[in-house]
Design a protein. Structure first.
Length: 542
């Protein structure tokens, strides 16, 4: 409990500092906060306003705090609700890492040091403090890996079921978990087939299928329910792929992947090595040790985390996703687990009910002090490499701006520093625009805006009911005749890039240029944030 509370306090403090002191907010985190706000505080509140582009869990977890933003709007304006969720779950991931160490039989100081190295990794700290989905995803995948490692040892069906539930929740956090679920199912089936040796695998086939179903079933049900719900409400089964707001559409609108498959493959390899520089050493050494010991626990982390890393690499090489360093963050816990498994397993952790194929371990310390110290030193070597990667512009398009947090007035000749300041300033223009609109005495439903770019304005506003947004069930009707519905202002963005998917631009293609015959220009707001559009506010003609 002390570890959890201490980690949570640390991550939360870092997050509040980045947000309140430097105004450093990330777009995906803020968009999820805006979605949670729409569920509770929009002019048409309903659960499906959460949206179907992202899986829903990260936004749903924010609802209790977002509900309080009607009294204190800073909760959404500065993404405090998202920061609290990421701090909470990254602290939970830290506890899971400690649990993996203890389950392996490591002594107290050894477990504590390895856990501390994980918790203080700069990538872990940053994503435990910024409201993105990585912290929640890491918690559930680390939980699943811990339970699967326990199951290999205990053959306890409870461990298998809990691992399946954790993977299902990981899917409801990020789509990447689909490959982890598939990998876990094949792993569990393979381990079960070999429980009695290779000569008896035919007799174990039914049991192998049952075990695979237990671990993959919850994730499969989550996939079906989420996809069916999306289809019933939006008419699209896989919204992330088919929607005009989805990942595929964003890639197309932004010009697609700019690199060749070879260049993208090089980036993916470098990104994995930046997050886990010891993998080329630990994987073969760990495999040799596991073979000598007959230790199937070694397979769990490479299969679960490795499937996610491979999925990210393949999709980026094929041009189906973006080259973000954060997509390879699972390499960090993978390295930690491999370091832990350099020590032989010792002791028998408590379990609810041992299965028929439980493997009893020897008692006693897992390794001597010199080997334990060496494993901690190996873990520490990854920290500066990851920190260097985070601050390198060619590898990290967002995190590198952290090196310029204290440089408020960079030299104009330093291109990277100037660009970093615009990244840090992202959504500051939206906050100012929201504050300006809040000061106006406007009625409910008087401002029409799409959330493609407008989520930053909505999250920052103390009066979200004043906005008509796509999640409102009468949005299309109002869009077709804003004046008749009492709309007074249109918030518009250029009809190019991602702005092509903006509902106002699709309905009135020239609205940003000339008001589309339905409105007159009130004023224009130049944007100081990176990759953010200049806003034009139009007054609707009565």
């Amino acid at each position: 409990m002390r570890l959890f509370l201490g980690a949570f306090a640390g991550y939360f403090a870092v997050g509040l500092t980045l947000s309140l002191r430097f105004g450093y907010l990330l777009g995906d985190a803020l968009s999820r906060t805006s979605a949670a706000q729409a569920v509770l505080l929009s002019r048409d509140p309903h659960v499906s306003a959460i949206g179907f582009i992202f899986t829903p869990l990260t936004a749903l977890l924010q609802l209790p705090l977002v509900a309080l933003s009607s009294w204190w709007s800073a909760i959404t304006r500065w993404n405090i609700s998202g920061i609290a969720v990421s701090a909470l779950f990254m602290a939970g991931a830290t506890v899971m890492v400690l649990g993996i160490c203890r389950d392996r039989g490591l002594v107290g100081w050894h477990s504590a040091l390895i856990t501390a190295v994980f918790a203080l990794n700069p990538m872990i700290v940053f994503y435990g403090a910024n409201g993105m989905s990585e912290a929640v995803f890491l918690f559930f995948t680390c939980w699943a890996v811990r339970r699967l490692i326990r199951w290999v040892h205990t053959d306890d069906v409870h461990d298998l079921i809990v691992a399946g539930i954790a993977l299902a929740l990981a899917y409801l956090t990020r789509y990447d978990a689909v490959v982890a679920i598939a990998g876990a199912a094949f792993l569990v089936a393979g381990v079960t087939l070999l429980r009695r040796g290779r000569n008896e695998w035919r007799a174990m086939r039914r049991q192998a299928i049952l075990d695979a179903v237990l671990v993959a079933g919850p994730g499969f049900i989550a996939f079906l329910v989420w996809s069916a719900t999306s289809w019933l409400i939006t008419g699209e089964l896989l919204t992330q792929l088919t929607s005009t707001y989805g990942n595929s559409a964003i890639l197309e609108q932004s010009g697609g992947s700019t690199g060749t498959p070879l260049v993208n493959a090089s980036f993916a390899v470098v990104a994995v090595l930046a997050m886990g520089p010891l993998l080329p050493l630990l994987l073969p050494v760990g495999a040799v040790l596991a073979k000598a010991r007959g230790d199937l626990e070694f397979l769990v982390a490479p299969v679960v985390f490795g499937a996610i890393l491979a999925f990210q690499a393949v999709t980026y090489i094929s041009g189906s996703t973006f080259g973000f360093l954060r997509f390879y963050i699972c390499a960090i816990p993978l390295v930690v687990v491999l370091v832990v498994q350099l020590a032989p397993a010792r002791g028998n952790p408590h379990t609810r009910r041992r299965g028929a194929f439980v493997t009893l371990r020897e008692d006693g310390p897992s390794v001597g002090r010199p080997v334990a110290v060496l494993s901690v030193v190996l873990s520490l070597l990854a920290v500066p490499v990851t920190g260097w990667a985070m601050l390198t512009p060619s590898l990290s398009s967002q995190q590198y701006s952290l090196r310029y947090l204290l440089d408020a007035h960079p030299d104009v000749s330093d291109v990277d520093a100037v660009k970093a300041r615009t990244v840090i300033a992202s959504f500051s223009t939206e906050r100012e625009l929201a504050a300006y609109l809040d000061r106006m005495d406007l009625p409910e439903g008087s401002i029409l805006v799409d959330t493609v770019y407008g989520f930053g304005v909505l999250a920052a506003s103390a009066h979200p009911k004043r906005f008509v947004v796509p999640s409102d069930q009468d949005f299309t009707t109002i869009l077709n005749d804003p004046a008749a519905a009492g709309v007074e202002y249109l918030l518009t963005v250029p009809n190019s890039g991602r702005g092509e998917s903006d509902a106002l631009n699709r309905r009135y293609p020239t609205v940003y240029d000339n008001g589309g015959t339905i409105a007159t220009l009130e004023f224009e707001v130049p944007n100081v944030g990176a990759d953010q559009p200049n806003w034009r506010i139009y007054r609707v003609l009565s």
